[in-house]
Design a protein around this ligand. Structure first.
Ligand code: COA
Length: 196
């Protein structure tokens, strides 16, 4: 089904609100692992593993250590992204983008890009202007990040296992959002980009 990201709402739920989205998030993770994404789990991933993972995420959201953004269309949770907020005093300008997930039914409509941009805005509004992330080397996600201006710092060979259990390299990316080109921002994004 083709869906436009324009009709999708991107929200930043609290830890408690996130809990209400648990089933949709479990399904989103399961969909990605089954489709072969290297996002920390082996296939098959049990429902209990997925629930335990999301409960840890909700707890970190509650503690203010992590942001969870979700893309919702009607009753459907179509995507999610997380921003892990460095806690030590020398890293409070930094955040790590994790688990960018778009449901297989909604891919290639710009939703992954929209989630990244929403995560960037959320990061900037909290003073986090240096973003890091990693992804399986050679995955299409790398293209998405590069289009958004992320710089590939390098590849760590054999960093993780694919869902099939085979080791793969991971590419590490970063972006200093203070360098961002205003042309790359959505019309509604520009006012939130106040740099320290
Ligand atoms: C990576 C992912 C989030 C992309 O989501 P998406 O909504 O399809 O991304 P977009 O539609 O915004 O794509 C933006 C660009 O990225 C590139 N891209 C995305 N998916 C691609 C694919 N399967 N093949 C080639 N290029 C791709 C394209 O350049 C695309 O622009 P285009 O459609 O104009 O050609 C999605 O495929 C996904 O959830 N994958 C599994 C989880 C994962 O690997 N997450 C990232 C690492 S943690």
């Amino acid at each position: 089904m083709i869906r436009s990201p324009l009709s999708v709402a991107i929200q930043i739920p609290s830890g408690e609100q996130s809990g209400q989205l648990r089933d949709g998030l479990v399904e989103l993770l399961d969909d990605a692992v089954k489709a072969g994404a290297s996002i920390g789990f082996l296939d098959p991933m049990s429902r209990d593993e997925a629930i335990e993972y999301w409960e840890r995420v909700f707890a970190e959201v509650d503690f203010g250590r992590r942001l969870l953004l979700v893309a919702i269309q009607g009753e459907d949770l179509l995507g999610a992204i997380q921003l892990s907020l460095a806690q030590l005093p020398n890293g409070r300008h930094r955040g790590e983008v994790e688990k960018l997930l778009v449901h297989t039914s909604a891919r290639r409509c710009g939703l992954g890009t929209a989630l990244m941009m929403a995560a960037e805005d959320a990061a900037l509004s909290r003073g986090r202007y240096l973003l890091l992330l990693d992804t399986r080397a050679g995955d299409p996600a790398g293209k998405l990040y590069e289009k958004l201006g992320y710089i590939r710092a390098g590849v760590i060979p054999g960093y993780a296992l694919s869902p099939s259990g085979h080791p793969h390299g991971s590419a590490i990316y970063y972006r200093d959002l203070r360098d961002c080109d205003p042309q790359m921002l959505g019309e509604n994004d520009a006012p939130t980009r106040d740099f320290p």
